[in-house]
Design a binder for this molecule. Structure first.
Ligand code: ACO
Length: 435
């Protein structure tokens, strides 16, 4: 093979088992895995495949929803930078953008907000079955189960080829997620469920369903409403993350969207995905005061433990969401009174960002470094943190599901395996084996 560049958008592969060369097209920086299938040692032999647990270097779809550049620290929804959306938009407008692919006109926005607002109620039977959970049920388990159960209330959701029908289910799901999330929280607290208040905006209504007691109307401080709304925006999508991949994988069977989103909630429940912010809080508490930071950092550098809330598989720069959250944390503490853990977190960040160990490894604060502090200021117990993430992520899951079901390239998600077990054993019935 020559070392010279031919300028062609192809990959030349020599199979050293056979000496044969293959030319494979490169499109958008990828080769199609199926093109490797032609590489065989014999006509009756299987074609070459790739082995990629966790899809570390495999694109599973084409998507126009979210763009991330991890080296530069860029995150854009439908082309709009996250910083601008967090500062100037609101969660429902961002949800519209993610689902529809473009910003709404005034009339479209009003209609969208109206639709979502008037679908926040759930069937009374949902309330009864949620009451049936054990007194200490984890709210994420309750959210996952009740999201999936919505498919039994809306059997028409199975008709995923009809655009109007898809729209209806998307509206229902974005509208009802806060109701299900808030009721999961109230159940664990032994408090009565609060019905949605249609006079309130999306996030203010969520806070009302969470915290309202005997007062006629619950109106949260506007600054807290804004901070939570921003957190929802920051979590609204993150391209092919584990839970979105779960939604797409289950959705590829053409099941209804409630079942697909329930799978996403399940994936988010895992500590490797939705749970790091809780670990950050535990770490900050353990450090206890600024004086203890140098000793803690020394322990991290010795490999004894990790600096939780730092580092990211994709971002090798400051996670753009962490910057926005840090500012939100300050706004929230203005209302709730400061938390000494915030000072420890800021000092920890400052020291780590100047330390060669972290600089060399490109370890920066991620979205979870400050989010737990904000959630705690709202007086959410740690089990609720992931529920908040799920409510924020719902428009992203649905935008990706919508893209999936309309994508002609998509097939049922069914990976290959490399079989490592026994073959052709002879089965003896139990009566012989145990004789
Ligand atoms: N503290 C100290 N060292 C770290 C940290 C950290 N938080 N993160 C990575 N490193 C070190 C690793 O030990 C490794 O060092 P080495 O090269 O000397 O072996 C190097 O940096 C590269 O780290 P990897 O583990 O290869 O990075 P990877 O991309 O696999 O992991 C991850 C990313 C899991 C997020 C990791 O940075 C981590 O565990 N961070 C702490 C947990 C956390 O905050 N998770 C939330 C992520 S955001 C989200 O999921 C919403």
């Amino acid at each position: 093979m020559s070392n010279e560049a031919s300028g062609k958008d192809t990959l030349t592969v020599r199979d050293n088992r056979t000496g044969q060369d293959y030319e494979i097209p490169i499109t958008d920086g990828t080769i199609a895995a199926k093109d490797l299938g032609q590489i065989k040692v014999g006509d009756d032999q299987p074609g070459l495949a790739t082995y990629d647990p966790g899809f570390v270097n495999t694109a599973s779809c084409r998507s126009a929803v979210t763009y991330i550049d991890g080296d530069q620290g860029i995150l854009e929804y439908r082309g709009y930078p996250i910083e601008q959306l967090a500062e100037k938009s609101n969660f429902l407008e961002v949800a519209y953008l993610l689902i529809h692919g473009a910003l709404p006109t005034k009339a479209e926005y009003d209609a969208w907000v109206h639709e979502i607002t008037y679908h926040t109620f759930v069937h009374e039977n949902v309330k009864s079955f949620m009451e049936g959970f054990r007194y200490d049920a984890h709210p994420m388990g309750m959210l996952m189960a009740s999201t999936g159960a919505l498919s039994t209330f809306y059997p028409d959701a199975r008709n995923i080829t009809d655009a109007d029908n898809r729209h209806m289910q998307i509206v229902r799901m974005i509208a009802k997620m806060p109701t299900l999330g808030a009721w999961s929280f109230r159940h664990a607290q032994g408090k009565p469920f609060v019905y949605p208040d249609n006079d309130l905006g999306y996030t203010a209504n969520f806070l009302s369903m969470l915290f309202k007691m005997s007062e006629k109307k619950f109106e949260a401080d506007e600054r807290l409403v804004k901070a939570l709304d921003v957190l929802f925006i920051l979590h609204a999508d993150h391209e092919q993350n584990a839970s979105t991949n779960a939604v797409r994988s289950v959705g590829s069977t053409q099941v209804d969207p409630y079942s697909a989103v329930a799978a996403g909630v399940g994936a988010l429940f895992g500590p490797l995905h939705g749970g790091a912010n809780e670990a950050v809080l535990r770490m900050l508490r353990r450090i206890g005061s600024k004086e203890n930071i140098p000793a803690f950092i020394a322990g991290v550098k010795d490999g004894n433990e990790k600096l939780m809330g730092f580092g990211h598989r994709v971002y090798k720069n400051y996670d753009p969401r962490a910057k926005i959250i840090k500012k939100s944390a300050e706004d929230v503490f203005e209302v709730t009174g400061t938390n000494p853990l915030l000072d420890i977190a800021k000092e920890l960040e400052k020291i780590a960002l100047e330390d060669e160990y972290f600089v060399k490894r490109k370890l920066y604060p991620n979205v979870d470094f400050y989010s737990g502090l904000i959630y705690e200021a709202f007086q959410f117990p740690p089990e609720m943190f992931t529920v908040l993430f799920a409510i924020g992520r719902t428009p992203g899951w649905l935008a990706q599901w919508l893209e999936l079901v309309q994508d002609k390239d998509q097939k049922i998600a069914r990976p290959k395996q490399i079989y490592t077990g026994d073959r052709r054993l002879t089965f003896a019935p139990a009566s012989e084996r145990w004789a």
